[in-house]
Design a protein around this ligand. Structure first.
Ligand code: SF4
Length: 499
């Protein structure tokens, strides 16, 4: 199998060769210090599972683009630094009159791989493919960089477009993805950006060849991408990092840039927002804050009580008929059922056959939850998932709506009544659990221990190319992770009932 372009590998190669890749220029556009660190201290970066998942999605959409734009003659230039420039030149000079994918060009040390080149009379139509659902400003810059390199490499660029995901596309289940991508012609816009490109190239060169730029943390640290050097530039190693105060990045950055590392370094007089004041007050005290009232709310809930949690996927390229790109699709649930004596019974659903699981998932959930008793969940996410099932299966509206009417969201109850300094400004179940039940830890779950991992794990498990042993391993990890979520909810209720 041919090797696909990997931005991280490209960065590693750029360590060795005096090239600036397009992704490096976009890094410089976000923050010159980010590019400097990528070049000189990549080991300081932390790549999150979300970022890895985004790259995987980008490759998946790239594959579909090649199917959509490809012909029997089309060619993909293999990713090999030793040959890809020469291979491209051979194709172009040889008069290629078919689509070329990943054609590679270099101008003034800037290296680009064009997703799609399509012959257009005496020139080429250029298409950059993105997995987003709209055109962002950095996409236009991305196209402007390509246009500049291509035209200066002797390519007659007749037009340059950005193709992104059409979120109104509904897959018919027939392998036909015509209509999945929407093209936007950006030719006129990018032609006005040559000066911006030249300035960016100069800025990137300075960042790579010069000393580390003195740049304070700020809103650029998470826009357009979560920077992989957050744990280096932000004081994440403090006991209670300032980021735990939450709220806007600009205000947090201002505190950090003023020398505050820990929440306790911030003066209470500088904090306006009520929630931040609470986090600050509790952190300074060092003791958990329990605000009366949760026990009464929870005691009023009858039995049996159902603790429900879903895992979902949202693939950019729809898998099953009737679904749209990025639609939230439930693939698994766990339910702990609590009787008046406190005993917990467990039921669950997971099907890794690869067949659409939604109908069976809904039917078995209706059977499990019966028609009475509170259904406890954490955040309104589960409600959104069940409403999505009602849209998919109108004939199940009555029983599903009955479940929606019984939902009790634990998140606002916890948020209104409990905070512990260890929660670092978050009331997510993963933040709350270690404070209330230190013996229960998501970190100790082997393999899958967070939502992105569950989604990726499921997609790997249903992939026909995944071997049986790995499928079973993933199935076990998925079941354990989802089960842990509902156990955690029951534990949180137990804790608050005694608080
Ligand atoms: S964390 Fe912020 S300041 Fe540091 S390199 Fe990244 S974007 Fe720049």
């Amino acid at each position: 199998m041919e090797k696909r372009f990997d931005p991280f590998l490209a960065h590693i190669y750029c360590e060795m060769k005096p090239y600036l890749s397009k992704s490096r220029l976009i890094s410089a556009w976000q923050c010159a210090k980010k590019l400097h660190l990528e070049k000189h201290h990549p080991e300081l970066g932390v790549i999150s599972s979300q970022t890895e998942s985004l790259f995987a999605t980008g490759n998946e959409v790239g594959d579909i683009a090649q199917r959509l734009y490809g012909t029997v003659q089309s060619v993909e230039v293999a990713f090999d630094f030793k040959t890809m420039l020469a291979d491209t030149k051979r194709l172009i000079d040889g008069g290629a009159d078919f689509p070329i994918f990943e054609a590679t060009f270099r101008h003034e040390g800037v290296l680009i791989r064009a997703d799609v080149l399509i012959p257009d009379a005496d020139g080429w139509r250029v298409i950059e493919v993105k997995a987003s659902t709209s055109v962002k400003d950095y996409h236009v810059l991305d196209c402007a960089i390509q246009d500049w390199v291509l035209r200066n490499s002797g390519i007659n660029v007749k037009s340059i477009s950005l193709a992104h995901i059409n979120n109104q596309f509904v897959y018919q289940g027939d392998g036909n993805y015509d209509g999945l991508l929407l093209e936007n012609d950006l030719t006129d816009e990018v032609r006005e950006m040559e000066r911006d490109v030249l300035e960016l190239v100069a800025k990137a060169r300075d960042a790579v060849t010069g000393p580390m730029p003195l740049i304070n943390v700020g809103t650029q640290c998470s826009k357009p991408y979560e920077c992989q050097f957050m744990s280096y530039c932000w004081p994440m190693d403090a006991e209670y990092p300032v980021t735990g105060l939450g709220g806007g990045k600009a205000k947090l950055a201002a505190w950090v840039n003023a020398g505050c590392r820990d929440i306790r370094d911030v003066s209470s007089e500088d904090i306006d927002a009520e929630l931040q004041q609470r986090i600050h007050r509790v952190t300074v005290s060092g003791e958990a804050e329990v605000i009366p009232g949760a026990r009464e709310i929870l005691e009023a809930l009858p039995y049996p009580r159902y603790y429900l949690d879903f895992e979902t996927i949202g693939p950019a390229v729809p898998i099953w008929a009737g679904t749209r790109p990025y639609a939230v699709i439930p693939i698994q649930w766990s339910c702990h059922i609590e009787e008046p004596d406190g005993e917990l019974r467990h039921e669950e659903f997971l099907d890794i056959s690869g067949e659409p699981p939604m109908r069976a998932l809904a039917g078995k959930m209706i059977d499990c939850l019966g028609d009475s008793g509170p259904v406890l969940m954490y955040t309104s996410y589960e409600k959104g998932v069940i409403n999505g099932l009602i849209e998919m299966f109108p004939d199940l509206e009555d029983p599903l709506q009955g479940i929606v009417d019984r939902l009790v969201d634990l998140h606002p109850i916890v948020k209104a009544h409990y905070y512990h300094p260890k929660m670092l400004g978050s009331w997510s179940i993963k933040a709350v659990l270690p404070a209330m039940a230190p013996s229960m830890s998501y970190a100790e779950l082997e393999g899958i221990n967070e939502g992105t991992g569950a989604s990726d794990g499921y997609l790997e498990a249903i992939n026909p190319e995944t071997d049986r042993v790995r499928k079973l391993e993933l199935k076990e990890q998925l079941l354990r992770y989802c089960r842990f979520d509902t156990e955690a909810m029951a534990e949180i209720v137990r804790f608050l009932a005694k608080a």
